[in-house]
Design a protein around this ligand. Structure first.
Ligand code: SIN
Length: 283
């Protein structure tokens, strides 16, 4: 039997000044028609992070939805779900002290070709807490002075997973609930421009983050630290952020090219279970 593609009934409602919109009127478990897909993609690049409620997705359906936007990434250091290597299970058990993603970052900036977006689906959420914060790095860039913008033009920064995923890294401590591989290659370093021009909108955004950016190429460690610390402080200013309170069945799709995120760790003794697929650029 052929399944008819869904017709578009999308409603997009902005949630905050700098970024974020909630989308209703679509069931992401269904095969999406091209028109609906184009509307979701347009909302994703315009609003930088989009939110859906009351969805029910099997792993196959989440993979199918994610794959409409590009090839799915297989995380080099976190084991995938059995049978679905492209799905990362993000679980915090009641006894776990640390959570995954509990600091400002953009996913996979430590790779040579970073991911464009991540799609996170909530299976089980705590009774309270466990929100995720998002910060627009496009808004953060816009708010810089012309002088600092000029200084940043042409500068590159060195990114690496070494702080998070090496044997001593922060993620190593979370192995009780998530399998994080001993990451030989986590010491690999890749250079990215400090200001990214979004390939779809042309809008500029800061592209450095506290988890994975080690230093500025060609600058001393002390010089790098001074400027990076300033940018890290500036980039999380509340006017650039929005905050999402999860419910079971919520799905969030954020643009790693222009958004930082931060999973809050404020729900001790409770369980939180999410599934993430991460979308790579098309080559
Ligand atoms: C992540 O960093 O991908 C996890 C975000 C979250 O669990 O809210």
């Amino acid at each position: 039997m052929t399944v008819a593609p869904t017709k578009s009934r999308l409603n997009v409602r902005r949630l905050a000044g700098a970024l974020g919109a909630e989308i209703t009127g679509v069931d992401l478990s269904e095969p999406l028609g091209d028109e609906t897909l184009a509307e979701i993609r347009a909302a994703f690049v315009q609003h930088q992070v989009i939110f859906f409620r009351d969805q029910t997705l099997t792993p196959d359906q989440q993979v199918r939805f994610g794959a409409r936007f590009g090839p799915l990434n297989i995380h080099p250091y976190v084991s995938g779900m059995p049978g679905h290597p492209e799905i990362m299970e993000i679980i915090k058990e009641p006894q776990d002290k640390l959570n995954f993603g509990g600091g400002w970052h953009s996913d996979m900036s430590f790779l040579e070709t970073p991911a464009i977006g991540s799609i996170l689906y909530a299976l089980e959420v705590p009774e309270f807490g466990g929100d995720t914060l998002f910060a627009s790095q496009a808004a953060a860039y816009d708010a810089l002075s012309p002088g600092l913008k000029k200084t940043l033009e042409g500068l590159n920064a060195i990114h690496s997973a070494s702080r998070e995923y090496s044997a001593q890294g922060a993620s190593a401590q979370k192995r009780s609930s998530m399998t994080v591989a001993e990451a030989e290659g986590a010491a690999g370093e890749y250079v990215h421009p400090m200001v990214l021009v979004h390939p779809e909108t042309g809008r500029k955004a800061l592209y450095v983050n506290p988890a994975f950016t080690l230093k500025i190429e060609g600058w001393s460690t002390r010089e790098s630290k001074a400027l990076l610390d300033y940018l890290f402080e500036h980039s999380r200013y509340e006017a650039f952020t929005c905050r999402f309170t999860w419910r079971k069945g919520s799905i969030v799709f954020w643009d790693n090219r222009s958004v930082w995120h931060f999973a809050l760790n404020d729900y001790p003794g409770q369980r939180r279970h999410m599934r993430r697929v991460t979308v790579d650029p098309r080559s």
